[in-house]
Design a protein around this ligand. Structure first.
Ligand SMILES: [Zn+2]
Length: 116
């Protein structure tokens, strides 16, 4: 799963076949096929994040099967259950699965993409 993060807007959202931009229009993007995405924006403001899918699914399954963990985590002044961790990462600029461009591009029609 790929997400776009704008540090100016403090916003994170999933990339999908439907083109999306951050609220401040600093960057945006979309999937261009089932694996690859195209993203525009300043490399110092717009980051593409990835969830390691197997790790993410495992964390959700553990939560569903076992419920909350014991309240052994100190946060905001009290003990609380710690959330289940999973692996996420900043996708590197050189990643083959992301085409990075500086300037805004015209969205590609998702219906066209789905029929590739
Ligand atoms: Zn923004």
């Amino acid at each position: 799963m790929k997400l776009l993060c704008c540090v100016e807007c403090n916003q994170v959202f999933n990339l999908s076949f439907d083109y999306k931009e951050c609220a401040g229009k600093h960057g945006g993007g979309q999937y261009v096929d089932r694996v690859n995405a195209k993203v525009w924006g300043d490399l110092t403001k717009i980051f593409v994040l990835g969830f390691a899918n197997s790790s993410f699914i495992s964390a959700m399954r553990n939560q569903l099967e076992h419920g909350d963990q014991a309240a052994e985590f100190y946060y905001a002044g009290s003990m609380t259950p710690k959330g289940r961790e999973f692996t996420a990462f900043v996708i590197p600029e050189a990643a083959a699965s992301i085409e990075r461009v500086r300037d805004r591009f015209d969205p590609v029609d998702p219906l066209h993409l789905l029929h590739q």
